[in-house]
Ligand binder design. Sequence first.
Ligand code: NDP
Length: 312
Amino acid sequence: MQDSVHNCVIVGSGPAGYTAAIYAARANMNPIVYTGKEPGGQLMITTDVENYPGYPDGIMGPEMMEDFRKQAERFGTKVINEIIVKADLEGPIKKIWSETGDEIHAHTIIIATGASAKWLGIPSEQRLMNNGVSACAVCDGFFFRGQEVVVVGGGDTAAEEATYLAKLCPKVHLLVRRDEMRASKIMQKRVEKTENLIVHWNTETVEINGEEAVESVTVKNNKTGEESIIEAKGFFVAIGHKPNTGLFTGVLDMDGSGYLKTTPGTSRTNVEGVFASGDAQDNVYRQAVTAAGTGCMAALDAERYLAEKEII
Ligand code: NDP
């Protein structure tokens, strides 16, 4: 057990967590970052990042997260490569426990645990990850301009990703596993109106084909059992995300999908001294730059809280 109470502990190490750390460290809050099980977050499985301002030539996701970490450490942030497995957020002193059994006490906690894309779970999807397989059209669509692509899913994300890609690609194939989409009516209309977007109803993915990169996709109509091949270079999985917030179930307010709720315009959760940032509380934008922005908000909110309580 630690004998001191830290000013600020940040749980998670994507753009939100490290940005919160940079701000908190520069405000003399001596933050500690617990990186979690995917240090660097979702960007560690992203290749080129071309839409983060300040990198005119683009940067590899892992390299960018290394820069974030170094910048946070430069101002004194302590980064610990461990997973937080338990939390007790009641009262003014928050308690969290790491996987190795350490009990950590803090006046403020910033949650930046992110979200994970859901995957279909077929082996070729893992094998061709970043070689044509992606879960983010805004991040990776640009690399497939001028080429045919497949999008899987029937919700708002799939509709949004497919219509986005239709602006870059000559033909987009949307695979919907039922005979209707779950997406909002307005998004469904947009899908219908997009001429180069072809919806394949009742269609599931059998296999993504290609040795080094995606070359085609074998699909099956689940009504007729008939299999066919779609020639495509990109395969976008858009079947939803899962926020990594299970640790806080029953304690922090969440929406039906598990995204943390914050007071609008702030990073404050329903528990005093606990702030949420990044994809753990955002199911709309989900970009590195928006996550970094909310990480900054969380650090500033935590600093104000500590000042109000006359802790620093
Ligand atoms: P959803 O859970 O809404 O939809 C997931 C979709 O993927 C469903 O159509 C589902 O099919 C399909 N699916 C799930 N598993 C598989 C599988 N193994 N194989 C094939 N298809 C599968 O997730 P979204 O990410 O689309 O949306 C999440 C939330 O975020 C929603 O509330 C949405 O409205 C919101 N959102 C809002 C946006 C906006 O306002 N601009 C943009 C994006 C999301 P089935 O229907 O058969 O279950």
